[in-house]
Design a protein. Structure first.
Lengths: 138, 474
């Protein structure tokens, strides 16, 4: 069994932005496997490069608007990074990059609030199913 | 040539959102420069009506970078409302937690936010002048930065249960004692962190020669300095009393108790920023401009208190005959404080009393008012609450490090802009230096934008032609 790090990120107080965070919280309560670590985070920070170098696979979960920022690496607030930057940094600094998957769903409402839009709520269940499918892969 | 304005928006590699505007005269010379904080929060207002014992958890939400310092200042204000003296070991554990916070926050500032300027150069390609550029060009330094910040965060988690918003600090102390297993984990991780801090400090000192012009011009002017010192005049981040020092190194006021801060510190609001400005009341504004944070703390003290940090502090103080005035040296001071924090955590947790289980005092609200002061990574943090007979908050005021430094930061921006920016030859490296002077102070803007009684937020109602028909606010 390969080692997997699942990272759901976003702000649970900003509507659909909390999608990744909430999905990770749900996964954490349903996955009981010492090879799989689930983290619910507000943002992606450089410190994640080190644990990412120690796993075989990484799954990032995020809400996106208007489109995923997976391919952008630059940021003016350098302690908030993209999955691509983290994976690249993990390879540069520690000589290993996990095989990474980014699961995003388009958000509708990023205003203050702790609930998800109905469509994003449905995507949460589907994302959990997809994560389990990825985990079942050899 | 007409008057012109240069706007840097957003200011990059700092905590929070802000912009800088530089005003040029008809000859293209810098006439004025402003540091604008463009976001507003209102924690003082929306905590009104809440029970005082909720304050540490609520106030810590102000910031995700240094929540521990807010927890501590808030809990100390609540201790004062309870009118309790907390158990000695509770103070030891709170102090250790605050020092771990200083390690992780200083590491973030030095390695993640500023090291690109030192390693790649102030004039290097802006597309690469960031953490990712450092990672490519100097992976060993990037790894050290990541490791040191991880250490600070990990110690916070080991001590308090959570990295970001731990609920361990409570009014009256901490809510559970330290176990031997968690103490041993911290102690085992310390040598590696100390080695990283030591070699980074050695490298930075050897690099200072390259930054002579920045040292000369980065908010390098006389101001007062303000912050906590311990009863023996040593470096202090958790308790002690307040001291005010002048630029020649003479003590202006000493032994100020937390509850007396209002006699010495006043605040004002400018219409162009949500960040309040603090000043030393007896001298008025702007003569009472002062600085807080690592540079101020190392200027204020008579001694440092731990072996390696004491040596480094002595060397640092030899930079100038009086107080060290250049704000570029905030970076240097930050590294010395990391060494101090690591050595101090080692000393505090090696004591057998660190496992003492008496860590909390219980009481009801016995005072109607409480002030709590701690040194956050960026400087002195003051929480002041008033409660009614039921212990509900009726008034709160927070004075944050970045507000203390606001007047000096603005003067610093003007000094750097006048030196490096000339309207007829505008280069990116010049503008980076204007940002870099702000970065030297390591401002954290999320927790520093509050009302000081009158809201500086202004709402204007304009008709389709742009005519003002109504307005609310200042």
């Amino acid at each position: 069994m390969s080692r997997v790090l699942i990272i759901g990120y976003g702000n649970p107080l900003r509507g659909d932005d909390g999608f990744g965070w909430r999905t990770a919280e749900r996964l954490r309560s349903t996955i009981d496997d010492p090879q799989v670590e689930v983290r619910a985070l507000h943002q992606l920070t450089p410190e994640l490069m080190e644990p990412l170098s120690r796993v075989d696979r990484a799954i990032f979960i995020d809400a996106a608007w208007p489109a995923p920022a997976a391919c952008r690496t630059g940021s003016v607030f350098t302690h908030h990074l993209t999955p691509a930057a983290l994976i690249a940094g993990s390879r540069t600094l520690y000589g290993h990059a996990a095989e990474a998957t980014l699961l995003t769903t388009p958000g509708e409402n990023f205003d203050f609030g702790e609930s998800l839009s109905p469509g994003v709520e449905r995507a949460l269940d589907e994302t959990i199913a997809r994560v389990h499918a990825i985990l079942r892969r050899p | 040539m007409p008057r012109q304005k240069i706007v840097i928006d957003p200011v990059t590699r700092i905590e929070g959102h802000s912009k800088i505007s530089i005003h040029l005269d008809e000859q293209g010379r810098v006439e004025e420069a402003y540091f604008h904080v463009t976001q507003f929060r209102g924690f003082e207002k929306f905590c009104e009506g809440r029970p005082f014992y909720e304050m540490p958890s609520l106030m810590a939400r102000i910031c995700g970078i240094c929540p521990v310092s807010h927890l501590i200042a808030s809990a100390k204000a609540c201790d004062s409302i309870l009118a309790v003296r907390i158990p000695e070991n509770a103070a030891r554990l709170r102090r250790s937690l605050n020092l771990a916070q200083i390690v992780q926050s200083h590491a973030l500032s030095f390695f993640h936010l500023s090291s690109a300027d030192f390693l790649l150069g102030m004039d290097s390609d802006p597309a690469k002048r960031n953490l990712l550029g450092v990672l490519e060009a100097h992976p060993e330094m990037a790894r050290d930065g990541i490791r040191l910040r991880q250490f600070g965060q990990q110690v916070i988690e080991w001590l308090a249960g959570e990295r970001i918003h731990p609920a361990w600090i409570v009014p009256g102390g901490v809510n559970e004692p330290l176990t031997a297993e968690r103490r041993d984990r911290v102690l085992a991780a310390l040598p590696e962190a100390l080695a990283i801090a030591g070699r980074t400090l050695d490298w930075f000192k050897s690099s200072l020669e390259k930054f002579r012009e920045e040292i000369r011009t980065f908010a390098n002017f006389p101001t007062l300095f303000f912050g906590l010192v311990d009863p023996d005049g040593g470096l202090e981040h958790y308790d002690g009393q307040l001291r005010v020092l002048d630029s020649s190194g003479h003590i202006v006021q000493d032994g100020i108790a937390a509850e007396d801060y209002g006699a010495y510190i006043a605040e004002l609001a400018h219409p162009w920023t949500y960040l309040k400005t603090s000043y030393y009341k007896p001298l008025g504004y702007p003569e009472g401009t002062y600085r807080v944070g690592p540079l101020a703390r190392l200027n204020l003290i008579d001694k440092c208190g731990t072996p390696r940090a004491a040596q480094e502090w002595a060397e640092f103080r030899d930079l100038e005959r009086g107080a060290v005035l250049s704000s570029f040296y905030y970076h240097y001071a930050r590294l010395i404080e990391i060494v101090f924090a690591l050595e101090k955590i080692q000393e505090l947790l090696n004591a057998p009393e660190a496992l003492d289980t008496n860590v909390r005092a219980y009481a009801r609200a016995n005072n109607s008012e409480g002030v709590g002061i701690a040194e956050a990574p960026r400087g002195t943090l003051i929480h002041h609450y008033k409660v009614d007979r039921d212990g509900l908050i009726v008034w709160a005021n927070l004075i944050i490090a970045t507000g203390h430094n606001n007047a000096a930061m603005n003067r610093g921006v003007l000094q750097v802009a006048r030196h490096f920016v000339h309207g007829n030859r505008l280069e990116e490296g010049m503008l980076n230096r204007v940002e870099a002077v702000i970065r030297a102070f390591d401002p954290c803007l999320s927790c520093s934008t509050h009302a000081d009684g009158s809201l500086v937020l202004r709402i204007e109602l304009r008709d389709h032609s742009g005519n003002l028909v109504d307005q609310i606010g200042a």
